[in-house]
Structure formats: C-alpha cells, structure tokens
Design a protein around this ligand. Structure first.
Ligand SMILES: C[S@@+](CC[C@H](N)C(=O)[O-])C[C@H]1O[C@@H](n2cnc3c(N)ncnc32)[C@H](O)[C@@H]1O
Length: 313
C-alpha cells in the first residue's frame, strides 16, 4: 500500500482571526490551569504515562491500532465520509487531549486513503469540483516536548510522524509556563497537504472550548474525548465541557459524533444529559468496552455557569 505523504505548510499567521481572541490580559474568570510541557515517564513498549494524572496515554500493546479502533472506528470512519460530502465540503473533528498526535495521524492516514478513492470516483463521475477538507482541531494543555515526541515515534512508526515532529519543533517555547498569553499566541495552524488542516489550541480545555464555542457553533462533526480517566482528570469531563460539545455538534442522525476510551458511568450520564445517546462498543485488548455517542440534542448556548447553562430542547 502506498504511504500517504503529509506536507506541512505553516499558515501565514499562526493564529486565528482577532475576532476569535476571547482572552486578554485582564480577564481571569475561568480556572487557569497552566499550559506547560507534559511530564511523562515511559512504560513498556515506550508508551507515555503521566504521573500527574496517574494514567497512560494509551495501552502498552499497540497504540496505533488502539487509536484506530477506539477513535476512528468510534466515529465510524471512513464510512461516515461516504455520504457526508454529497452536500458539504468540510468534515471537522475536535480532539480533547491531543497528546502525541497519534489519533490525528491515524485519522489523517485514513483520510488520505479515502480521499484518493473519492477523487477517483468524482473524477469518473465528472464532479471533481467538490474538494473535501479534513479540519482537525486539537486541544492540549500540556504539549509533549520534542524529545519526548521523538522518543515515542522512534518506536512507533506512524505515517506522517516526521511531519508532525517538524511542526512540533516550531512550537513557541513562550507558550509553556505562560498561561496568560493571548489566545492567538496559543493557537497554531498548519496545512497538512491541501486537504488536511490542523489547528492546535494549546490551552486548558475550558478555555479552548470557549473559543471553539465562539467559532464553531453547530459545526463540529466528531469529538475525540481522550483526556485521561475521569477519576483522575474530572476537568476534561465536566458539565461545561459537555455543554460546549453539545452546542458545537452539527446535528446529524446516521453516524456517531463522539468517541471515547472511557465508559465510566459519570461520562455516560453527563453525555446523555447533554443530548448524546451513548453506546458501548467492543474495546481494545484489556479494555473490554469503549464508548461512542450519537447526538440527539438541540441545546442553547453554554454560558459561564455549569448545570443551569443549557437546557435540552
Ligand atoms: C490520554 S492522553 C491523550 C492521548 C492523545 N489523544 C494521543 O493521541 O496521544 C490525555 C491528554 O489530555 C491532556 N490534558 C489533560 N488535562 C487537560 C486539560 N485540562 N486541558 C487540556 N488538555 C488536557 C493531557 O496533557 C494529555 O495529552
């Protein structure tokens, strides 16, 4: 099989438009956990583990296959793309917990293979003008250091890793340990080939989601919820988080819009409360079950409070 090649073209300005800059130096109304480099230790098979959260980034067996199974298949990719582009041009995924970027690379690889087929099909049908874009957003409060990313991808050979590393080397060191940088300085964007765009929000999940709510209302097609276990990291699974997810999800009925490694009752209850019909599916290796969610809700915009901020229509 031909390896997909991903080219990184740094966006002209590595930030979103000023109008999306919801943060300024005086604002401090949200809990401000720092953006700082991840501290990881290495477990079996060179898989990263975060002592601060007492949790691993993946299982130790085969991280790439796990990412594919839990997340890509969790959103029913690539099947979900088959009919999607009949009337749309951009498929948007937001990942909560970008980590090593492995979920992104697995998705990008799948996308490129699918793209080739799609182009062939549309060319044969004479409908080439529709050029689909994969618009991938990653939220990450603790980016891995380059040396850690290199360590991981030396052992786990994944298509596109070299390009991701190249992009990573451009991460501003000023981002780390400086939670008060304006949003646009926390936001980096790359074009991966003409049909894949990666936007990274190097911020705490709540802050990042606040800008996603301002920018992408009802425009997100899939969520990868990958923020460690809720017992050790409840911030990634809060009411505010699910309220933002619900508000930004594009209503669709046929394919799942949420994929998660965690099937914890607290996660299911909250997802259900915010309009996601959840279903457990077969897990990966020692993990018996993983989760997918189908959005059935229609929610009012989240505001700055939690429980009372949304109501189901
Ligand atoms: C299980 S790992 C994600 C693995 C990742 N999806 C990958 O492909 O490598 C969880 C990630 O969530 C990030 N994280 C934890 N708490 C966060 C928060 N409050 N805001 C944003 N990111 C957070 C961690 O730094 C870590 O990278």
């Amino acid at each position: 099989m031909r390896r997909a090649v991903l080219h990184i073209i740094p966006a002209e300005n590595n930030f979103l438009e000023k109008k999306n800059d919801t943060e300024n130096d005086t604002e401090n109304d949200m809990a401000p956990p720092q953006t700082n480099w991840a501290q990881v230790v290495w477990r079996k098979n060179d898989t990263p583990y975060a002592p601060a959260y007492d949790d691993g980034y993946f299982g130790e067996t085969d991280p790439a296959a796990e990412a594919h199974h839990v997340f890509c298949k969790g959103l029913a990719l690539p099947d979900a793309w088959k009919t999607f582009f009949e009337d749309k041009t951009t498929f948007r995924i937001v990942e909560l917990g970008f980590g090593t970027g492995l979920n992104f690379l697995q998705t990008a690889q799948l996308w490129q293979k699918w793209q080739e087929k799609w182009q062939e099909k549309t060319q044969n049908e004479g409908t080439v003008e529709n050029k689909p874009l994969l618009d991938y957003w990653g939220i990450e409060a603790h980016p891995l250091r380059v040396k850690d990313l290199q360590h991981f991808y030396r052992r786990h050979e994944v298509c596109g890793a070299g390009n991701l590393l190249q992009a990573w080397k451009g991460l501003p060191t000023s981002v780390a340990n400086n939670p008060r940088l304006p949003l646009r300085k926390h936001t980096l964007r790359w074009e991966f080939a003409p049909s894949i765009r990666l936007t990274l929000l190097l911020q705490d999940v709540e802050r990042a989601l606040a800008s996603i709510v301002a920018t992408l209302a009802h425009e997100v097609d899939g969520w990868y919820c990958d923020g460690f276990a809720p017992r050790s990291n409840p911030a990634m699974w809060s009411d505010k988080v699910f309220a933002a997810l619900a508000y930004c999800t594009r209503a669709r009925t046929s394919f799942p819009q949420l994929a998660s490694f965690s099937v914890a009752k607290s996660v299911r209850t909250r997802a259900n409360a915010y309009g996601f019909h959840t279903r457990k599916r077969k897990g990966w290796c020692a993990k018996r079950e993983v989760l997918q969610g189908f959005f059935r809700g229609n929610l009012t915009p989240p505001v700055n409070s939690t429980q009372s901020s949304t109501q189901q229509a």
